[in-house]
Write a protein that binds this ligand. Structure first.
Ligand code: MD3
Ligand code: FE
Length: 203
């Protein structure tokens, strides 16, 4: 379905085996050093979501190669291939998509993500989102600000969402997690994982 121009939602795009493999990859990425952590925001707040970055790092909240002297985990080639297949399936053409950075977010039952724009990337290329585990309620807003109109879409385990074109700069967030809704056979007992793939636009 296409909930907004440039936004394509393909429910159940990942089969159970692919979901299990991604959960296992997230488990490895989550380990220290440079593992999952709550990101400190520029204003001093701390996110309820836990995040691990691949290929770049978000503390102090901009592209840097290292944090606390720890080397950021690499962005693997197989993940770039998966992102390219995602864009091809969503738009009918991958358009030369070459993601080089990713954010892996973990939401426990109490976590959420306020409405924001993703403006750290210098490339206009789409963002690919893969959801695993408990269902999250995704708020798809508009490009003008945090107010209405918005649409609330449930994102379930295995769903693909591709954001490009006129929707690349929309405000968006996760309003809540529905605990206990994830599949029992992907190796994730509770919570929600989301993997976003991006082109940094950096040399
Ligand atoms: C629309 N993550 O990491 S994924 C984020 O479920 C982020 O963890 C949410 O927003 C999550 O920045 C939402 C869907 C998504 C991701 C990136 C986008 C939607 C987007 C970038 C631009 C527009
Ligand atoms: Fe975002």
């Amino acid at each position: 379905t296409e909930p907004a121009p440039g936004v394509v939602h393909l429910p159940g795009w990942l089969d159970t085996a692919q979901q299990r493999e991604l959960v296992e990859a997230c488990r490895q990425w989550a380990r220290p050093p440079a593992g999952m952590r709550r990101i400190r925001m520029p204003g001093g707040g701390v996110m309820s979501v836990r995040t691990v970055c691949l290929g770049w790092h978000w503390e102090p909240y901009r592209y840097v190669r290292h944090v606390d002297g720890e080397r950021v985990k690499p962005f693997p080639d197989w993940l770039a291939d998966l992102g390219r297949r995602a864009v091809a399936d969503a738009y009918g053409d991958h358009g030369g998509y070459r993601p080089d950075v990713a954010l892996v977010n973990f939401y426990d039952a109490a976590a959420s993500m306020g409405l924001h724009q993703d403006r750290d990337e210098r490339s206009p290329a789409p963002v690919v989102s893969l959801s695993l585990g408990d269902t999250g309620i995704f708020r798809l807003g508009n490009t003008r600000g945090r107010g209405r109109p918005w649409q609330d879409l449930p994102l379930e385990s295995g769903d693909l969402l591709v954001f490009g074109g006129p929707s690349r700069m929309v405000y968006h967030g996760i309003t809540k997690i529905l605990p206990g809704t994830g599949p029992s056979d992907i190796g994730l007992t509770h919570g929600r994982l989301n993997i976003t793939l991006r082109e940094s636009g950096l040399p």
